[in-house]
Design a protein. Structure first.
Length: 744
């Protein structure tokens, strides 16, 4: 059965609104126009639409219609020229897509997606994407390879930095919001910049966190966890989907007919186009799935990959495949139609050129303010012993650590267009805010992997001269991102040693983590009175961190991932199954405290390690503020819910502290018994609320039976009657607990 018509269709509706009704009628629908155009195309022109080269294209190739899009064409004047040749000098005048990885900003760099996810704020994600699109348009781009919504449960995987973390609901909401943001009408285009959701599918499940690695995800888990955010992006009207590099249960995604044709198109009703990842078509040869380029082209065309990125198997092989009768012309036509339809729906035929002279939007005050707000919201306060933060008035601070003044590193991964010189670092922002006299700077280490102790003495001296240490620890930008995976995710270089050295001074230490992943904090946790996880926050990291540290704004970020204590715990995620023998965290005894000569049965028989607690260092959803909130009076509108109906679950949240702060109230559910086992908790909704000291608010969530659906034994979505537990909670490991019964 076909899914509901995706919002993609609203692209058409917007298109009709953007032009006059009369004109829209004259133009007909994108589909009709695409079919009409297709009927006039030669075989070479059809194949050309499916080719996506990078950097530049030959003028003659453009005139011949030998390509459909171009990636990373970085000179806007040349891009404009190329578009003019394609539109004005080729036989059919088909405009090109100009693609770019605009992942977390173009010139105004926002926090990396993992950081942005900490804000749990769809409107912020939408705004960041809309700003990115408006700046990227000045570079001549009309298509971005974002959002990446791959669920990631493994911080060793470098691309966790680009993800929204481990939860399908959070990733769905943020991914859909970014699609709406990029595709905001702009410059006459009904969808300003076409988004591309990636990497379809389950790329984040790479075994061992090694990029490009095999993924083995059973279909039920695929549907219930991994596929949900891509589906949300499709429902939000995303124009394109990128097929992933990985093989999924033995079938590379780019040649996976089940995934692309059955699930994406047939079940979900996707009407945009699928682009391969970089050479992922011909990489099916290395996978051992295709013998040669001809077979690679055949399998990916048949599977439903419309456009080939960089490699040329379609260009080189398609005509021969048709001639030999191995590929039907109708299959090729379907692929071409997908691309043409998107170009018509985008409005590219009417608005092929980007308006010149709009560079003023770049790094505008409005854009920097938004990046500042995003950075503020993306910092997660993990620890704040004895309210050591915010800094006390008049305190003298020692600014230490390799990330304190590292303009390049704070931008994070995937930053083609951001410039180091636009970054404001924590050091410069603190000097501005506190005055130079109150800031003594001694980095201690020159860069994150630095192993030299040469700067230790100066750092210790600075520490002794100050009241408190602000240690800006972290990872260089290049330690995360594509193909940048790590087996050891502790702070690199001699950072741990330096922190221990500074701790000998007895001065309190605030650890600010500027990383691309949750790093294992290990035993330095005990040396830090406060820990602020900031990730790589982009251009405005400095001003945002300075405001937070000085207490002008309370931290409000929440973890979108479970933060591991030890690399050996991975994968560790909150929405796991219970097992028949769940661990008992309260009974955990560190291995060195176990008595000798114990019997085999001494520890009971539960699913746990002997040498590390079963709990993460910090759970999914966790984050402190400078205030504290109480949760009380959990109520449900009814003890029972009817199939097709819903109930209200509410609680009172009160700011018990002395400062205004923002709390992210989370709704979790557990389906106690199912025809298949169900997770111990699943996030169903969340709401950010800001409360003044002493203020309280009743927060009410509507929970419908459709939100309780999962994939049943026959792989169809079902909702099963029975008992459900429900929590309104500040994080995934605590909260007020209630229950209700879903009646058949
Ligand atoms: C990455 C994609 C990216 C593409 C184009 C690939 O290597 O996996 O995420 O969009 O390159 O740069």
């Amino acid at each position: 059965m076909r899914g509901t018509l995706p919002l993609y269709a609203t692209g058409l509706a917007l298109f009709a609104i953007a032009t006059s009704t009369l004109r829209a009628q004259a133009l007909g629908s994108a589909d009709e126009r695409a079919r009409e155009l297709l009927s006039r195309m030669t075989l070479e022109e059809k194949i050309g639409q499916l080719y996506l080269p990078h950097n530049d294209a030959d003028d003659n190739a453009l005139r011949a219609g030998a390509l459909g899009a171009i990636l990373n064409a970085s000179d806007p004047a040349r891009s404009d020229k190329m578009q003019r040749i394609a539109v004005e000098e080729s036989r059919l005048g088909i405009p090109l897509f100009f693609g770019r990885d605009v992942i977390h900003g173009y010139r105004t760099i926002f926090p990396i997606p993992l950081g942005l996810a900490c804000a749990w704020d769809e409107e912020l994600a939408r705004e960041a994407a809309a700003i990115s699109a408006s700046e990227a348009a000045t570079g001549g781009y009309n298509w971005t390879y974002s959002p990446m919504v791959d669920i990631s449960r493994d911080p060793r995987w470098g691309r966790i930095a680009e993800s929204f973390g481990e939860d399908p609901l959070l990733a769905s909401r943020l991914g859909a919001a970014m699609v709406r943001g990029y595709q905001t009408p702009q410059e006459g285009l009904p969808a300003g910049m076409a988004a591309c959701v990636k990497h379809f599918a389950a790329y984040g499940a790479a075994e061992g966190g090694r990029d490009y690695n095999t993924t083995l995800v059973p279909e039920r888990e695929l549907r219930d966890v991994y596929l949900r955010p891509y589906r949300a992006a499709v429902d939000a009207g995303v124009f394109s989907v990128m097929s992933a590099f990985n093989d999924l249960d033995g079938v590379p995604c780019t040649g996976n007919e089940w995934l692309l044709n059955k699930v994406l198109r047939h079940e979900w009703g996707f009407e945009g186009f699928v682009v391969s990842d970089w050479m992922s078509t011909v990489e099916m040869i290395a996978h051992g799935f295709c013998a040669d380029e001809g077979e690679a082209a055949l399998r990916s065309l048949k599977a439903g990959t419309d456009m080939e990125m960089v490699s040329k198997s379609y260009i080189n092989e398609t005509a021969r495949l048709i001639e030999e009768g191995r590929l039907d012309l109708s299959t090729l036509d379907e692929r071409v139609l997908s691309v043409l339809r998107a170009k018509f729906a985008m409005g590219l035929f009417e608005h092929p050129y980007r308006t010149p002279g709009r560079e003023g939007v770049i790094l505008s005050k409005e854009h920097k303010d938004a990046a500042y707000r995003a950075a503020l919201q993306s910092a997660v306060l993990l620890k704040n012993e004895a309210d050591i933060l915010p800094l006390k008035a008049g305190a003298k601070v020692a600014v230490i650590g390799p990330l304190a003044d590292a303009p390049h590193e704070q931008l994070g991964t995937w930053c083609f267009d951001g410039r180091d010189e636009d970054s404001i670092t924590p050091l410069s922002a603190l000097r501005d805010k506190l005055g130079k006299g109150r800031v003594v700077y001694a980095p201690g280490l020159e860069y994150s992997r630095d192993e030299s102790r040469a700067g230790f003495a100066a750092a210790l001296k600075a520490t002794k001269s100050a009241d408190i240490v602000l240690f800006f620890a972290g990872e260089e930008a290049m330690l995360s991102g594509e193909a940048h995976c790590l087996a050891d995710i502790r702070l690199p270089g001699a950072q741990e040693e330096l922190i221990k050295e500074l701790a000998t001074s007895g001065k309190p230490i605030v650890l600010i983590l500027m990383t691309g992943r949750p790093v294992v904090i290990g035993d330095i946790e005990g040396h830090a009175q406060a820990i602020l996880a900031a990730f790589h926050q982009g251009t405005m990291a400095g001003p945002a961190l300075a405001s937070l540290l000085c207490g002008e704004v309370s931290p409000s970020g929440r973890l979108p991932i479970s933060w591991p204590r030890h690399v050996g715990q991975i994968p560790i995620y909150y929405n796991h199954k219970n097992t028949g023998r769940p661990p008992k965290p309260e009974e955990f005894v560190p291995i060195n405290q176990l008595p000798r000569m114990q019997k085999q049965t001494s520890l009971g028989f539960t699913s746990a390690y002997m040498d590390i607690s079963p709990l993460p260092a910090y759970p999914f959803g966790y984050g402190l503020t400078y205030s504290s909130f109480s949760y009380s009076k959990l109520e449900r509108s009814s003890a029972t819910m009817h199939m097709g109906g819903g109930i209200e679950i509410s609680a009172t949240i009160r700011n018990e502290g002395k400062q205004s702060a923002t709390e992210t109230v989370q709704l979790y559910v557990r389906d106690v018994t199912g025809s298949v086992t169900r997770p111990v908790r699943e996030l169903k909704d969340f709401r950010r609320i800001s409360l003044a000291p002493g203020e309280e608010r009743r927060v009410s969530f509507t929970l419908n039976s459709s939100q309780l659906a999962f994939t049943g034994l026959d792989m169809r979505e079902i909702v099963e009657a029975g008992l459900f537990r429900v929590w309104i909670a500040p994080d995934s490991a605590s909260g007020l607990e209630g229950s209700f019964e879903l009646l058949p």
